[in-house]
Design a protein around this ligand. Sequence first.
Ligand code: 3PG
Length: 384
Amino acid sequence: MKQIIIPNIKDVKNLKGKRVVLRLDFNVPIKNGKIVETMRIDRAMPTVEFLIKKKARVIILSHIGKDASQSLQPVVRYLAKKIKVGFVPDFRTAQARTVVDGLSEGGVVVFENLRLDDRETENDADFAKYLASFGDLYVNDAFAVSHRAHASVVGITHYLPSYVGFLIASEIKHLSLALSPKHPFLFILGGAKFETKMPLMKKFMKIADQVFVGGILANDFFHDVGLEVGKSFVDKYDFKLTPLLKKGKIILPHDVVVKNAETKKVSTKQIDELSTGESIVDVGPETIKNLIPLIKKTKLIVWNGPLGFYEEGFDKGTIALLKVIADARATSIIGGGDTAVIVDKLGIGKKLTFVSTGGGATLDYLENGKLVGLDAIIKCKKRK
Ligand code: 3PG
């Protein structure tokens, strides 16, 4: 597949004094006012630092959470440890204009959560125009929200010369490897929600050599072939999975970690040994061990979704497989979301080729090879 060239801010000459509206994705998990996971912020810093170095005046826009209920203040406090940064608590007031007008060259300000205003998610043209009025240029480096047609992602590109930043360029460069893969290519699919993952499964059944299915998704296969899955969560869907198995590409766990609903006892069992009172919570150690020879001869590994009931602490299978991959020679691309959080906790990010910052955006890009936010930059008519 041909690599798409997306206009990048690094190629823009003379940014000195220019007001740059920079869309980032600071949608990070916060507990008791503290950021739990900073990957998205850290990975956005090269673009922020580049703009500061070029003496641009930087206006950072982001959302946090689904609605207006959360504040970006903890993120601003975190940023303030790295750079000098101001904050506008309500970007709809005259204060926003005053602060931006007073920004010095190399100065940075963050506007409060964009979802304070419903017009953001509605992709309202007036709101997009209002946001654009703060800048001379627009940069999207918010890969994780680039699957959303929102005012600060899509609408704004109608009013300003628009570019992507370093993070998006890196995401596209690496995720594209999955779309025109080297072989042998192993695709690993975990997590829950069969409906959302099915398109990926179908797509990678065509282009990968093997597909290892873990997580709740695997339960659906076990259930479909008539195995006892006890109290395991099984998604409801109206298609048959057995034809997929017949293609011979799918590898399923053959041992699993199970939890007894009554006694709460956790044990490892072969997949045909489950009793009605048990539920599958993780892949077993034998399954991981048996994957090692395959991983050793694989050239490309793309992985999306954890293998166990991660929310309840069943992350051993995912951790064990990540360690095997980290020590392998294959190019390794890890989809974002929960798997990325585990990578970060283990501190093995540097031993993997790439860890995506996206959740839904990563799935969308892998499935379709494009995102609305990127198309908007490519099609922007305001660039000379
Ligand atoms: C994400 O976390 O996937 C992005 O920040 C998008 O958030 P959203 O699903 O609330 O639009």
